[in-house]
Design a protein around this ligand. Structure first.
Ligand code: LMR
Length: 335
């Protein structure tokens, strides 16, 4: 008969064996990756794909926790949280770096500066894009990649096809001086607001309309509370994937290399799916029957571009004349 005392000793010994992890089986490094959009968007899908690749390639030594839909932090808070180290990774839209004093990033918000993804990629995948990411470092942030979303559309409860249609409308924008100038150039009243608050603001009439790529419009169900969606393609919205620099630099070198390789492949994936995700979202909005989708004629597009040209000149010194010229050179934009 084993004595009670001996049995107890066995239990204590077994518990101790579990408590002391064997060499090589340390706790995984946790990376919290927070974002504000739905899972079913270019950014949401790419974040999940990065998680999968990163966990596979680090053989479980890294665990990525993705928090979508402003679940953890809203736009402004998420950048503060990253700098404080409460989260390790984010992918804010490029417009959101302006309030940190990095107005250069608002160059991406200029109306019609890119006519296509191909033109945009000359910037984001070239030296100009790399130079911009470097500017994040003094803020304690490392820029890892650019992820595409797409070209923006405008929505409201009245048809909005030409500049005169926008007069007096309260339009929600991201916190960007360029976007503020854009809405003013159309005669509307820009209202800065966190992404997570837009649906309700549209529903209650706090704002009359908004702009975003179709994937964001559809997945936030904005079509339920907006009657018209105009396919203006008047500007671009995309992301910089970023990490807390101290955290990133402090990772074991082999882990960082594995994460960089996962990021490279996740970036390709993000940029490969972005256009289709947005095309599908337009089709889904049409199919919902709740919002009327308006295509613009060539003349209507011309009128929009003409009204918005002024925004480039007005913001030249804010975003940086040299940067602007370097981008025009890449894309062939004619002011
Ligand atoms: C917005 O605030 O409209 C967008 O930046 C949301 C996003 O991250 O795509």
């Amino acid at each position: 008969m084993i004595s009670m005392q001996f049995r107890l000793a066995l239990i204590v010994a077994a518990a101790a064996a579990f408590a002391v992890a064997p060499a090589g089986a340390q706790q995984p490094i946790i990376i919290k990756f927070s974002h504000v959009v739905a899972v079913d968007t270019p950014k949401g899908k790419a974040a999940d794909y990065f998680k999968k690749l990163a966990e596979e390639r680090t053989k479980g030594r890294v665990k990525i926790e993705v928090y979508p839909n402003s679940q953890l932090y809203k736009d402004k808070e998420e950048l503060e949280a990253l700098q404080l180290g409460s989260v390790q990774m984010l992918a804010p839209s490029l417009a959101k770096f302006g309030p940190m004093g990095l107005r250069e990033f608002e160059v991406f918000d200029l109306p019609y500066i890119f006519d296509s993804y191909a033109e945009l990629h000359k910037v984001t995948q070239g030296t100009v894009g790399a130079g911009l990411l470097k500017k994040l470092e003094p803020k304690g942030i490392v820029g890892l990649a650019y992820w595409d979303n797409g070209f923006k559309v405008m929505s409201a409860n009245k048809p909005i096809k030409v500049p005169a249609d926008y007069k007096g409308l309260k339009m929600r924008i991201q916190s960007s001086k360029v976007l503020e100038g854009q809405m003013r150039a159309l005669g509307s009243l820009p209202q800065v607001m966190a992404f997570s608050e837009v649906y309700q603001a549209l529903q209650t009439g706090v704002v009359d309309g908004t702009e975003n790529p179709p994937s964001n419009f559809y997945t936030q169900k904005m079509h339920e509370v907006q009657k018209f969606l105009a396919l203006t393609d008047h500007g671009y919205l995309g992301y910089a994937v970023i990490a807390n620099k101290k955290f990133w630099d402090g990772l074991p070198a082999d882990i960082r290399t594995a994460l960089e390789s996962a990021m490279k492949d996740a970036t390709k994936y993000a940029n490969d799916i972005a256009k289709k995700e947005n095309d599908d979202a337009v089709a889904a909005v049409k199919a919902s029957g709740k919002t009327q989708v308006l295509a613009l004629t060539a003349d209507e597009k011309k009128a929009m571009k003409k009204a918005l040209d002024v925004v480039h000149k007005e913001n030249e010194s804010k975003v940086g004349k040299e940067l602007l010229q370097a981008i025009y050179k890449e894309t062939g934009y004619e002011p």
